[in-house]
Ligand binder design. Sequence first.
Ligand code: MG
Length: 373
Amino acid sequence: MGGVSLDQRIVGFDLWHLKLPVTTRRDHGIGAVEGTCEVIVLRLTAEGGETGFGEASPWVVFTGSVEASWAALDRYLRPIVIGARVGDISGIMAKAARAVAHCTEAKAALETALLDLAGRIKGVPVWALLGGKCRDTIPLSVSLANPDWAQEQALLERITSDGVGIVKLKAGFTGHAFDVMRMEALARDYPDLDVRVDFNQGLEIEEAMPRVLDLARFGPSFIEQPVRAHQFAIMAKLRAACPVPLLADESVFGPEDASRAIAEGIADGFSIKIMKSGGLRRGQEVARMAAANGLSAYGGDMFEAGLAHLAGAHMIAATPEITLGCEFYQAQYYLKEDILEDPFPSAGGVVTVPNGPGLGIKPDLEKLERYRV
Ligand code: MG
C-alpha cells in the first residue's frame, strides 16, 4: 500500500552521525562546547518512497552522549520501527519508551521523523498533527555564552541589528565578577533587551543564594537552574527567596519530573526541550502541566542543527502554553553551516513557523555526507 495512505509500512531507517563545526567556544555552567557539536540525523522511508527526518542532539554533560543516541536508534528502536505502519505514531512511541531507558534525544528524533513522514504523506505540516497552530511566529532568544566578552559584543551587535530582542546570559561558569560586569554592560549598552540569566547548574550549594540574589537586582525576566538538576530542595529555597521568576531546566526532563517539580515548588516556569522530554507530544504535555499549575514555559534547545529547531518550532506553534519564545539560534548564529536545504526561518527577531508538509524543510543530503563521521 503506497501513495497517501498512513497504513503503508516503514521500510527504511538510515542514520548519520554528524560533526558540525561551530564558530566559537561557548561556556555553560556545567561544561563547554568548542570545535564541533555532534548530532545524529534519522531518515525513515515509507514503502511508497516518501521520507521523514529527525535529529537527536545530545549534550554529554546534560542529556547524554551521541554514542548512546546512536545505539538507542540503531539497535533498540530500529526493530520496532521497520515494518510498522506510518500512522501508528503513538503506538510506536509507546514501544520506544519501553524499548530503551532514557535516551530522550533518540526518542525525540524518532517522533520527529515519524511526524515529518506522516505530514509529508498527508500533505500537512507537523503543527497540524499536534493539534493545530496557535501562533505564526515565535520570539527568538539568543544565548550569550562566549567567555571572550569582546567577541560576544560583536555577536550582540549582529543580533540586535537583526532585530533580536531577547538574550540569555550564560552565567556561573567562572567568577561572579564576570557575570556582574556583563549584566552591567547589558543594562548600560542595551537597555531595551529582554535579559534572562541561566546558570546551567553551575553554582555550588554555598554560593548559590548570594550569587542568584545579586544578579536578581538587575531585574532579569527570569533566572534559570542555578544548581544541579537533582537539588530540588535548594531550587525550592532559591525560588522562595528570589524576587524574579526562577526557572527549572535540567531538573525537568519530562512529565514525570514536572510532576515532582510542581509538587515541591522548585520553579515558576520550565524550559521545555524535545531532547529532554523525549518527543514533541511529551514536550506539549510538560507545557500543559506547567500552565495548569500556574507556571510559565519557554522553548529551549540543545546544541542543535536546523532540523531539530524545526521540530521545536512546530511543537511551540501548536502549544499555546509555551509563552516565553524560543532559543533556536544555533543554525543561524552558532554553526559554521547548517544542514538544511533552505535556511532555518529566523529573521527580524522571530522564528516563522513553516507551513509546508511535514517539517517544511528537508536536510541537504550532500551536507549530511560532508559532515558524516
Ligand atoms: Mg538552560
